[in-house]
Design a protein around this ligand. Structure first.
Ligand code: UT7
Length: 335
C-alpha cells in the first residue's frame, strides 16, 4: 500500500533532573541490581518544576524548526498523553497557543502508551482525506504526577519527557498499520481521575458501589498495575501487531530495517523480538536512560535516531506499542 508519510522534522525534551536506581534505593526497599536486571532501566528524567505541556511545547518547537515550515502551515495538532495539565483546555490547544499554530485544528488522544502510534495513524488518515498538509504529533507525558513513590513495583519504572514530529504526505512510500484495544476495565493497569470539588448532590459511595468490589483495594490516587498480567499481554501484543501490519502489505518481519518498540521493559522487548525472529541489532532501545515515558517513548527514540543520523532513505521503520486499556498497535513507515 503506497500513500505513505514522511517525517519532516523531529524534536524531544528531556528534563534535566535525573533519578538513578540508587536514589530509589535510598527510600524504597529496592536496588540497582533488581531494577536493572528486571527492566533494563538505570535512570529516568523527572520534571520537577514545569507543567506537562511545557515539555510538549519545547519538543514541538524543535520539530517545527527542523521541518523548516511555519507554525501557521500546520493544519492539525494531535497530542497524546495520559496526564493532561487541565481537563480543558486540551493539551493540544495549550501547545497550539504556545507555538502560534493559529490555523490548526487541535485534538488530544489518550491511547495510553500506544498513543504515538494512534496519533501517527490518525495523522496519515487526515492527510489523505482532508486539505491538511502538515500534522504536528506531540507525545508529552509526566508520569511523575501519577506514580506512587512509596510503591516500589511501579515507582521505578516511569520517567517524564516529550517528543514531537511534523508529518506530511509521501504518496509513493509504503505504509501499513494495525491498531486495536482489548477494552481492559482498569483493574490491571489504570490511574483514576481525581475529583476534588465534588457537588453537594453527588453520592460518592453509590459511585464506588457501582464500580464494584474489584476497585475496593485499588488506591485511586496513583497508577495501579498488575505487572505480571501487563507483561503477559505485552509479549503477545507486540509480535502480533507487527506480524499483522506486515501481512497487510505483503512483507515479512524480516523486511523491517529498524524496529522501535515502546520502551517499557528490556525483557518484554527481547521476548517480543525473539518471537518475531528479528535480531536485536535492528531494534532501537534507549530505556536505560529514560525509563518508561508512556506514549513519548517511541517518538523520543525516533528523534534520537534522527539527530544521530541513523534514519536513512528507503528504510522500513516499524513502531510497535502496547498500553493501558489494553491498547496495542504497529505502524510501518518507509522513509
Ligand atoms: O507501559 C506499560 C506499563 N507497564 C509495564 O510494561 C510493566 C510490565 N511488567 C513488568 O515489566 C514486570 O512485571 C515488572 C518489572 C513490573 C515486575 O517484574 P517481575 O519479574 O514480573 O516481578 P514480580 O512482579 O513477579 O515481583 C517479584 C518480586 C516481588 O516480591 P515477592 O512477592 O516475590 O517477595 C515484588 O514485590 O519482586 C518484588 N519487587 C521488587 N523488588 C525490588 C517488585 N518491584 C521491586 C523493586 N525492587 N522495584
Amino acid at each position: 500500500m503506497a500513500k505513505g508519510i514522511k517525517f519532516l522534522g523531529t524534536g524531544s525534551y528531556v528534563p534535566d533532573f535525573i533519578v538513578t536506581n540508587d536514589m530509589f534505593a535510598e527510600f524504597l526497599e529496592t536496588s540497582d541490581e533488581w531494577i536493572s536486571t528486571r527492566t533494563g532501566i538505570k535512570s529516568r528524567p523527572i520534571n520537577t518544576d514545569k507543567p506537562n505541556y511545557y515539555m510538549g511545547v519545547q519538543a514541538a518547537k524543535k520539530a517545527i524548526e527542523q521541518s523548516e515550515i511555519s507554525p501557521l502551515d500546520i493544519g492539525l495538532i494531535i497530542v497524546t498523553t495520559v496526564n493532561p495539565d487541565f481537563y480543558f483546555p486540551s493539551m493540544s490547544c495549550l501547545i497550539q497557543h504556545n507555538i502560534g499554530a493559529d490555523n490548526a485544528m487541535a485534538i488530544d488522544v489518550n491511547a495510553a502508551c500506544t498513543g504515538f502510534i494512534y496519533g501517527v495513524d490518525m495523522a496519515r488518515r487526515y492527510l489523505y482525506t482532508d486539505d491538511i498538509d502538515y500534522v504536528l504529533v506531540v507525545s508529552s507525558e509526566m508520569l511523575s504526577n501519577q506514580v506512587n513513590y512509596a510503591d516500589r513495583s511501579t515507582a521505578v519504572l516511569f520517567g517524564d519527557g516529550a517528543a514531537a514530529t511534523i508529518i506530511a504526505r509521501d504518496e509513493n512510500k509504503l505504509y501499513s498499520s494495525f491498531l486495536g484495544a482489548k477494552g481492559e476495565d482498569g483493574t490491571l493497569l489504570s490511574c483514576r481521575v481525581k475529583y476534588v470539588n465534588t457537588s453537594p448532590y453527588k453520592n460518592e459511595e453509590a459511585i464506588e458501589e457501582f464500580l464494584g468490589d474489584k476497585f475496593k483495594d485499588i488506591n485511586p490516587d496513583f497508577i495501579h498495575m498488575n505487572g505480571r498480567e501487563v507483561y503477559k499481554f505485552a509479549v503477545d501484543a507486540l509480535p502480533n501487531s507487527v506480524s499483522k501490519a506486515c501481512e497487510k502489505v505483503g512483507i515479512s518481519p524480516d523486511d523491517i530495517d529498524v524496529l522501535i518498540p515502546h520502551q517499557a521493559n528490556l525483557r518484554i522487548i527481547e521476548k517480543a523480538v525473539s518471537n518475531l525472529k528479528i535480531p536485536m541489532e535492528k531494534v532501537f532501545v534507549n530505556l536505560e536512560k529514560h525509563g518508561n515515558t508512556s506514549s513519548a517513548s517511541i517518538p523520543t527514540c525516533l528523534d534520537e535516531m534522527n539527530r544521530k543520523g541513523l534514519l536513512k532513505e528507503n528504510q522500513k521503520l516499524c513502531f510497535v506499542g502496547f498500553g493501558g486499556g489494553f491498547t496495542y498497535g504497529a505502524v510501518i513507515v518507509e522513509l
